[in-house]
Design a protein around this ligand. Structure first.
Ligand code: DAH
Length: 359
C-alpha cells in the first residue's frame, strides 16, 4: 500500500477495526493485533514508508497514519478490556462454589454389629467381675480337643467339622479352633484361681455356607472356677445375662445335653422375647422367631468336667466350675430377626448401618 494514499490508509484502518470487533476471544484478538498492528501490518508499513516520501508530504501523511494507528490502538485496548471482563465473568460462573451446598460427607467407620454384640455380651459378664481372655485361632489339637476330654478316637471329634492345619505344637497337630472352649484350658493353665473369664472370638468349621451355617463365625465362652460353685451359680449367671440382654422378665430353661468337657451338661433356652411363650399355648398366634415353641435355645453349658480340671493340674475335690458357650451371629439373628447369616458377613454397610454407628 502507499502511505500517501489516504483511501488505502482508511481501508487498512477499517479492516483492522473490523478484525478487532470480530475477535471473539483474547486469542483471536491477539491474532488481530499481530496482523494489524504488528511490524508487518499495512499500517506499520505505512508508518515506515513516511521517511521515504517527499518532504512536503511527510507531515500530512504522518498525521494521518499516526491518527489511524492511534485509533486502532484504542480500539484494541477497548476490545481487550471487554474480552477480559467477559472472561472474568465466565470464570466467576464456571468456577463458582456454592458454599451453602451440603458437603459430600464421608461417613465415619463404625464397629460391625457382630463385634458390637460380642462386646455387649462380654460387658454383661465384665460387670459381674469376669475378665476377658483370648486365645489363638490356629490352635493346637490338644487345647481344642484333648484337654477338653475329647480324645483322638472320641466320637465327639466328629461332632465338629474340623479344619486341620499343617504343622504341630509339641506332640499336637494344629487346627483352626472349632470353638472358643480351648481358651478355657489356656486360662486354667495361666491364671490364678478363683477364675472368672469370658472369651469372645472367631471359630471355624468345615461347613458349606447357607442361610444358617457359615464356616467362620463367632462364639463367646464363659468359665468360672472357684470353691463351692454349683449349678445354681451357673443358672444365676445365665439368668443375669438374659436379663441384661433382653430385659428382666424372660425365664430360662435348662435341659440335659451332652458335652465332653462338662458334666452334667445342659442346653439353655430362654423364653421367646417376641411372643413370650404365647405362640406355644393353645390358640396362640404362630411365632416365627421361636417356631411357636415358646423357647429359643441360646447356649450350651454345664459343670466343668473334673477331668478337664485334672488335665490343667487343678484339684477337683477342692474346686468346681461351670462353663457356657454361645454363638454370636445366632444371638444377633435371634435378637434382631435376621434370617440369613450371610447378611452378617457380606460387609454391606446397608446391613450394618441399621445397627447404629458405634465406634
Ligand atoms: N464348645 C461348644 C460348641 O461349640 C459350646 C459349649 C457347650 C461351650 C457347653 C461350653 C459348654 O463352655 O459348657 O458346640
Amino acid at each position: 500500500m502507499s502511505a500517501s494514499n489516504s483511501s488505502e490508509v482508511g481501508r487498512a484502518l477499517a479492516e483492522a477495526l473490523a478484525a478487532v470487533e470480530a475477535a471473539a476471544s483474547l486469542d483471536e484478538l491477539k491474532a488481530a493485533r499481530i496482523a494489524h498492528e504488528g511490524d508487518r501490518s499495512p499500517l506499520a508499513q505505512a508508518s515506515a514508508e513516511i521517511g521515504t516520501l517527499p518532504p512536503a508530504e511527510r507531515a500530512e501523511t504522518g498525521r494521518r497514519v499516526g491518527a489511524a494507528r492511534s485509533e486502532l490502538r484504542e480500539a484494541l485496548s477497548r476490545r481487550q478490556a471487554q474480552l477480559e471482563a467477559e472472561r472474568d465473568q465466565q470464570v466467576l460462573v464456571t468456577e463458582a462454589v456454592d458454599v451453602t451446598l451440603p458437603s459430600a460427607r464421608v461417613p465415619r467407620g463404625a464397629r460391625h454389629p457382630v463385634t458390637m454384640l460380642a462386646d455387649r455380651l462380654s460387658d454383661v459378664f465384665i460387670a459381674m467381675g469376669y475378665e476377658v481372655a483370648e486365645g489363638p485361632e490356629v490352635e493346637a489339637e490338644w487345647y481344642n480337643f484333648d484337654a477338653l476330654n475329647i480324645p483322638p478316637d472320641h466320637p465327639a471329634r466328629e461332632m465338629q467339622d474340623t479344619l486341620f492345619v499343617a504343622g504341630s505344637e509339641g506332640d499336637s497337630g494344629m487346627v483352626l479352633r472349632t470353638h472358643t472352649s480351648p481358651v478355657q484350658i489356656r486360662s486354667l493353665l495361666t491364671r490364678p484361681l478363683p477364675l472368672y473369664v469370658v472369651s469372645p472370638g472367631r471359630v471355624y468349621r468345615n461347613e458349606a455356607i447357607d442361610a444358617t451355617h457359615s464356616p467362620v463365625f463367632h462364639q463367646i465362652e464363659g468359665l468360672a472356677v472357684d470353691e463351692g460353685l454349683t449349678m445354681a451359680d451357673l443358672r444365676g449367671a445365665i439368668q443375669a445375662f438374659v436379663d441384661a440382654m433382653f430385659g428382666v422378665g424372660l425365664r430360662t430353661r435348662f435341659r440335659p445335653d451332652y458335652f465332653p468337657f462338662t458334666e452334667p451338661s445342659g442346653d439353655v433356652a430362654m423364653e421367646c422375647h417376641v411372643c413370650r411363650g404365647a405362640s406355644a399355648k393353645p390358640g396362640g398366634e404362630p411365632c416365627r422367631v421361636c417356631k411357636s415353641s415358646g423357647w429359643i435355645e441360646i447356649a450350651g453349658c454345664g459343670m466343668v468336667n473334673p477331668r478337664v480340671l485334672v488335665a490343667c493340674g487343678i484339684d477337683p475335690d477342692r474346686y468346681s466350675g461351670f462353663a457356657f458357650g454361645l454363638g454370636v451371629e445366632r444371638g444377633l439373628m435371634i435378637a434382631h430377626g435376621v434370617t440369613d447369616i450371610r447378611d452378617t458377613m457380606d460387609g454391606d454397610v446397608r446391613f450394618s448401618r441399621a445397627f447404629g454407628m458405634e465406634l
